[in-house]
Design a protein around this ligand. Structure first.
Ligand code: FES
Ligand code: FES
Length: 169
């Protein structure tokens, strides 16, 4: 919608973010990544390529991992969003986060939030195979320029083995 000067008018939307209802007013062309970072202060989700190619901006929307740099915020009115800030409990890291620490699954850490979100979805998605090759393929949308892939894979597989059948987020 435009005002009389042809300027886009903000749209009010409600998001459930990390379990809390949040309301915000955003221009219709704002992407979810910027809404989370700039409007809600959730800067854990990173902007890498801003073109849907690196996975740094991955968040869960209704349990599904998406690139938030490609998603208009207004399309997600009413949706349930989980960002990296929502993975840990009050006192503890999630098992996957703890495994990332244990396996040294990051170097600069810039891609880590996106890796964690994709891996969280992967571990709850029974359609994804469990071999190293299948997990690596499923994680291939998340680029790590430092090359921590081997350790990321180890962290994911250990989390799967230790928490088989249990909720891991
Ligand atoms: S910042 Fe979204 S895919 Fe790279
Ligand atoms: S840890 Fe450096 S880009 Fe992933």
């Amino acid at each position: 919608m435009m005002d009389s000067n042809d300027t886009p008018v903000d749209v009010r939307l409600s998001l459930r973010v990390n379990g809390q209802m949040r309301q915000l007013d955003v221009p219709p062309n704002v992407v979810l990544l910027d809404a989370l970072r700039d409007r809600l202060g959730l800067t854990g989700t990173k902007k890498g390529c801003d073109h849907g190619q690196c996975g740094a901006c991955t968040v869960l929307v209704n349990g599904e991992a998406i690139n938030s740099c490609l998603a208009l915020a207004v399309v997600h009115d009413g949706d349930d969003i989980t960002t990296v800030e929502g993975l840990a409990g009050e006192a503890d890291l999630s098992p996957l986060q703890a495994a990332f620490l244990e396996h040294d699954a990051y170097q600069c850490g810039y891609c880590t939030p996106g890796q964690l979100m994709s891996a969280t979805e992967l571990l709850s998605n029974r359609k994804v195979g469990t071999t190293d090759a299948e997990v690596a393929e499923a994680m291939s949308g998340n680029i790590c320029r430092c090359g921590a892939y081997k350790n990321i894979l180890s962290a994911i597989q250990e989390t799967r083995q230790q928490h088989a059948g249990a909720a891991i987020d």
